[in-house]
Write a protein that binds this ligand. Sequence first.
Ligand SMILES: C[S@@+](CC[C@H](N)C(=O)[O-])C[C@H]1O[C@@H](n2cnc3c(N)ncnc32)[C@H](O)[C@@H]1O
Length: 264
Amino acid sequence: MRVIATTTQSKAASSLTEEFCDFLGETGIKFVPRKGKSLEKLKREHNADGVIVWKDTGPVLYIDENVEFFYHPSMAKNRISNYRKFGTFDPLIKAFDLREDDEVLDCTLGLGSDAVVASYFAPRGRVVGLEYSMVAAALVKWGMKMYKSPMQWLNQAIKRIEVLNEDYRVYLKKLADNSFDIVYFDPMFRKPVLRSQPISPLRFLANPEPVDRESIKEAVRVARKRVVMKEIFSSGEFARLGFEKICGNPNNKIAYGVIEKKGI
Ligand SMILES: C[S@@+](CC[C@H](N)C(=O)[O-])C[C@H]1O[C@@H](n2cnc3c(N)ncnc32)[C@H](O)[C@@H]1O
């Protein structure tokens, strides 16, 4: 996807913040002065598919009038709040069997909801998130950096996450044996779960390819404790990739496959 970056209508190009300059330098995304133009006009003039607008709250990608993408921890906040209010553990944490000091490699960061939930439950550990799409990785990384919640527990969980724009098929091969306690995959589902749901903006950016067997083999080598994958229970993906233990509620379509390292 070809994207350009600009400021809001009210900001002159001379007021580019240090953070915005760092973002542009890091991503190599082309800056285009706004000069009062509409986003559609900028897109047309620069032959771009989307425009990132740098706001005080973080970067927002506009693809068209109906599709915008920016980092927000809404789902993660609800999932952690369920634990804080009712003591209910998120199914992800059960599938991870997560300990406070565990180190987690999330191979499919996406919007980072699972990574934030893992980070909250592993405050003395580490969460590294890999994302294939350069644009999604940049929006989530900088959105996480700039996000401010009145809830300190949420800020702390978000700020601990290390976001890397990497392809897990390449990155896993570079890691030493037993580098992380848990290696996690949440690939794009082969079909969206609910037909009635609006298409997530992530679908415009995400890599839709299924997980390959070689990466699962590498993940097993890299994990100290377990490899976990989220999928639709009936998709056949668990069987194809060698996940024998499945954690999930029979009433729920989504399940977690677990491969435990032997001897643990
Ligand atoms: C379903 S989303 C993950 C959602 C995430 N667990 C969350 O809680 O927001 C899958 C993400 O994995 C990314 N992805 C797919 N293949 C990848 C690869 N080979 N390396 C890194 N990321 C990949 C996609 O681009 C997409 O953003």
